[in-house]
Design a protein around this ligand. Structure first.
Ligand SMILES: Nc1ncnc2c1ncn2[C@@H]1O[C@H](COP(=O)(O)OP(=O)(O)O)[C@@H](O)[C@H]1O
Ligand SMILES: [Mg+2]
Length: 261
């Protein structure tokens, strides 16, 4: 069985569109027919809420509490309200993850808890998408170690770019090499905020970061989707960002073909 390709959505700044991008790319991959698993690694559980899974008995916490826990028990179908979404599954998170990720430090194989768990999945997935929280903890280190591609959403606020070098440093330390594939993705792009965007763009260019050519435009309905706790691409299928996320998904698929495994 072919190993799933793992994509993590990371940025040390909050509110840049990590969760939204993870949800949207997940929905796009599922729509294209790829069996996709999204994992919530943020104890705030936003991804879980939007996929109708904010209130489950078992969550990702259970494998950090007991690495022998059967991971298959925490794979649920992702939902839009009451409706199951085809080809899309989720491992949810809740507030208990914050404490458990710390106490899992006592395990000898603490850095491979997630990897070991995922190897025991009985369902085959083409893609695993992981929504990371802004800070680095044990659960995030687990994810960064096994990630094949890091997607870094940046809204056009300069602070979204500021932490990228720090993130790269952490990734290099955890993986003990410089060999990782990433792409920045510009989110919530609004042509009328051109001054701020110009300054951020300049900074990105000067730093020489790799940036996806697809930009995600802003949409009021995407904000509403979050308030309604619905997956934005399904809540607002006719909005510009959906078109953008589909195009981004195709761009990522092309990039993945070149990524070392
Ligand atoms: N393209 C977009 N247009 C409008 N609002 C957006 C867009 N992408 C994300 N948002 C909103 O921005 C806020 C933060 O997004 P989120 O994905 O939760 O960020 P993060 O996971 O990085 O904290 C949410 O309210 C979300 O609805
Ligand atoms: Mg988030």
């Amino acid at each position: 069985m072919k190993k799933p390709f793992i994509i993590s959505f990371a940025n040390s700044k909050g509110g840049v569109g990590k969760t939204t991008s993870c949800i949207a790319v997940g929905c796009c991959l599922a729509k294209l027919g790829y069996e996709t698993l999204v994992i919530d690694l943020d104890h705030q559980g936003n991804l879980s809420d939007d996929f109708g899974r904010g209130d489950e008995d078992y969550t990702i916490t259970d494998i950090f509490e007991d690495p022998k826990f059967d991971i298959n028990k925490i794979v649920y179908s992702a939902r839009d309200g009451d409706k199951e979404i085809s080809n899309l599954s989720i491992i949810p998170a809740d507030i208990t993850l914050a404490v458990e990720a710390r106490s899992a430090e006592r395990f000898r194989h603490r850095l491979s808890i997630l990897d070991d768990g995922l190897k025991r999945l009985v369902t085959h997935f083409d893609f695993i998408l992981i929504d990371l929280r802004p800070a680095i903890d044990l659960s995030i280190e687990n994810a960064l170690l096994i990630t094949d591609l890091i997607v870094i959403p940046v809204d056009m606020d300069r602070r979204a770019v500021k932490g990228i070098d720090d993130l790269f440093q952490v990734v290099k330390e955890i993986r003990r090499n410089d060999d990782f594939v990433y792409t920045l993705v510009k989110t919530k792009v609004n042509k009328s905020h051109s001054k701020m965007q110009k300054s951020t763009n300049k900074h990105i260019q000067e730093a020489g970061y790799q940036v996806a050519s697809t930009e995600i435009r802003v949409s009021e309905l995407y904000k509403q989707a979050t308030e309604q706790r619905r997956p934005s691409p399904l809540y607002a299928p006719h909005e510009r960002p959906y078109e953008d996320y589909l195009s981004l998904t195709h761009e990522l698929l092309a990039k993945i073909k070149e990524a070392p495994r």
